[in-house]
Design a protein around this ligand. Sequence first.
Ligand SMILES: Cc1ncc(COP(=O)(O)O)c(C=O)c1O
Length: 647
Amino acid sequence: MGNEENVWTVDAARELYGVQRWGLRYFDINDKGEVIVTPLKEHGGSVAILDVVREALGLGLHFPMLIRFQDLLRNRVVRLNSAFTEAVAEAEYKSRYQGVYPIKVNQLREVVEEIVEAGKPFNYGLEVGSKPELYAALAFLEDSDCLVICNGYKDDNFIRTALIGRKLGKKVFLVVEKLQEVETIIKYAAELDVEPLVGLRLRLASSGMGKWEKSGGEDAKFGLSTQEILMASRMLKAAGLGHCLKLVHFHVGSQVPDILTIKKAVREGAMFYAKLRKNGHDLEYVDVGGGLGVDYDGSRTTFHSSINYSLNEYARDIVYSIKDVCDAENVPHPVIISESGRALVAHHSVLVVQAFGHVKKIPEDSLPSEPKSPHKLVQEAWQTYKYLDEDDNNPLEAYHDALHFKEEVQTHFELGLIDLEVKAEVEKFFWLISGRVLEIYKDAEYVPDEIEEIKTRFSDRYLCNFSVFQSLLDHWGYGQLFPIMPIHRLAEEPQRRGTLADITCDSDGMISKFINLYEEWVDTLPLHDTNDEPYYLGIFLTGAYQDIMGDLHNLFGRVNEAHVFLDEDEESGYYIEETIEGTTMEKVLALVQYGENDLSRKMKAQFDRAIKEDRLKPNEAMRLLNDYQKGIKGYTYLDLSRELPLR
Ligand SMILES: Cc1ncc(COP(=O)(O)O)c(C=O)c1O
């Protein structure tokens, strides 16, 4: 890998990790071989992630550490709105775009505040799907020109609270998911004496594609059938609220990989809008829902972790499709709403994890010397290794022999015929032979499948201080891929390949699928030898869904956060505006009903008993109890600062 003389360069690292393909010019590598972030692209400076890590460590944060680039979030809001504004102008569309951010994608207050602030020039609003989200949105979105779209099933409290928003003059839309909600809206609108803004969620025939396709289509969980739409229309008209039906909404699924799916759904949704207008309703809005995807693997394909379109293409296709249908049906162009979440927030956060151990198949001190054991299997394995490089030897045959020795030794072991030394020697030669065979095939034009498989078997396991279940749930649950790469040492060629194991006690707590441009995924990631020094990996594009969906498997809690802002006046060009400490052991334990006081009391009783029974001296016992009480206030992840201090 590298340039023509086979010299490793930073460019080779760029290509190897595909950073320029998935990074949308927000991420790159500097000459020192460190990953840099340029949150505002050409309108601002760059920050090396390792510098932020150093500073955050100085502020007392530990790994795993989530770094949010708040300016990047703002940049995404501007980019999305500009893409639609340009598409509207280009198509000579006679209305406008007015988007909303679906809070569920990342509800963190600092994230929502940043989006609302950046969205002010565009009257950018919020979408909510539950009561708590509505309560937050009503308070946080003060500008009454912005829209609040209420999706999801609703009870009386949900509907009444949304109508309280209407009383305050806010544009709160209640999107009906089932007919009963129409009755409730009519009831509370009368009670509060307020005109509701009603939307209908369409159950389109067009369904999505990819991992979230079930969100759309005729069998979707949400939405009204054509018959139900007509019934809702009649109910509203009968209550004298026909003019309050203002919006149609649909959502084909998140991360839609193929633009054709979107085009088809938008045309169908626009047709519902046109027909309902002709049916006597004063509709003004078409809400195309979410679905705008993120090219996680940079392949620009219809693979589930990719998309085959750009943001501009997405905006243009929506605007043109709606215009086309409306012109043909002779109805006015509606205001276009989109509820893009993932594409807005995915890029802004990077999870930095520390690799703290490196399990190699061949231990460093496994020298291929003549074995002392006279056991036949050991001697045969040694001979195979010794003569492997001779001209008339076939490496594939040697590998088959090695496989045979390994199997034999296992059988012997299970029958109790050999001791641990013999087993260890044969296994050592198995890995040494496999390693040598791999080297022999390194530059071969054709590599048999079996040898390709050795590559995966041969890969190392990097132990990383994080939990897949807390920080990367969609990888575990859906097999969604995220770009992962070291954030430093990229001026050095990575000589090893590995999988990543987290610190949960679950064998699923692994990452063994990584992005690749030529295949759907690869099983191992190119990595450097850690040499027992700190080694940091960035897991990128984690800002959408991962933060909030993470669970407490093994009681690993939320991770530490550092929020970064660019600032030209700072020497470094940025500052850490805020740090949020991850959940402490005390807090996660409380979530599962273990009160800290109770735990302390129980421990104290045991120490008291130990003192009474003369198993511990009072001083020592109190010191140890104090350690327990102090320790429980700590972070749930491993503290490796003593073993691997950052230099
Ligand atoms: C109704 C609705 N709107 C918007 C979204 C956000 O979608 P995305 O993150 O794909 O933009 C979702 C997510 O599934 C949704 O269910």
